[in-house]
Ligand binder design. Structure first.
Ligand code: ADP
Ligand code: MG
Length: 242
């Protein structure tokens, strides 16, 4: 485990914390284009600790989704390293990256991507059963989470029978069903009216604080970003604190 870093090697640790949940060290990402390659990240540094919420605010096309894909181990960087709970990931086999992703990371997207044929409850049960929990265990946790998110009365509804805000809250419940340490949300309220966005955002914040998750949320909504612990942007391929 020579690739495991200590907090000292990363950034100053908050009291009591051993390692950042996510540490991106000098991360590079470029896409091949006819002519010059498109340089999206040029050595970006970023760390987030348990219980922290960080808003990622940057114009379209600057690399927010790219950053979240790298953080979520869906893509590997062209340079630098991505550490999850202190473990370097870029040289791991796909199988091991998938295992870390399943155990430690939850995703919420702009569009909910719930399974249309299944109820809210079933959508939250499924990832837990894939992880190996019994139906009963998975159902109890799903029900608890949905109730916590204010959806106690909507558990048997299918996605099409719920509002946009309700669908997104189910997507949040699904993302945290396996108790990840890191939640990555890509414009999760981008598709909602302001009042609903506010409601979904509050639910997300409450859940993050209660469970000591770390959450990175890409958003264009400055009001919502203002309620998070920190705000960062992407400037010239680097991550900059706002
Ligand atoms: P954001 O989420 O901030 O809108 P993205 O991370 O989606 O930005 O994209 C950043 C830039 O990289 C954009 O210019 C986009 O067109 C480009 N890009 C993203 N994915 C690819 C890809 N697979 N191939 C080539 N270019 C890409
Ligand atoms: Mg995007």
């Amino acid at each position: 485990m020579s690739d495991v870093v200590t907090a000292e090697a990363a950034v100053a640790a908050p009291a009591g914390e051993e390692a950042p949940v996510l540490w991106m060290e000098k991360v590079e990402r470029r896409y091949a284009e006819a002519g010059a390659p498109l340089e999206i990240l040029k050595g970006a540094d970023f760390a987030i600790w348990p219980g922290e919420t960080v808003a990622l605010i940057a114009p379209s096309g600057t690399g927010k989704s790219t950053l979240l894909h790298l953080a979520g181990l869906l893509e590997a960087p062209d340079g630098g390293e991505v550490y999850i709970s202190g473990q370097a990931t870029s040289k791991l086999a796909d199988k091991e990256r998938t295992r870390i992703r399943r155990l430690e990371i939850g995703f919420v997207y702009q569009f909910h991507h719930l399974l249309p044929e299944f109820s809210a409850l079933e959508n939250v049960i499924l990832p837990q059963m894939i992880r190996g929990l019994t139906y009963k265990e998975a159902k109890d946790r799903a029900s608890e989470l949905l109730t916590y998110l204010g959806l106690g009365e909507r558990q048997t509804h299918r996605p099409a029978e719920m509002s946009g805000g309700e669908q997104q809250r189910v997507a949040i419940a699904r993302a945290v069903a396996n108790a990840p340490r890191l939640l990555l949300a890509d414009e999760p309220t981008g598709n909602l009216d302001p009042k609903t966005a506010d409601h979904v955002f509050s639910a997300l914040g409450q859940l993050v604080r209660a469970s000591r998750l770390a959450a990175v949320v890409a958003t264009h909504n400055m009001d919502l970003a203002g309620r998070m612990d920190r705000r960062v942007t992407i400037r010239d391929g680097l991550i900059v604190e706002l």
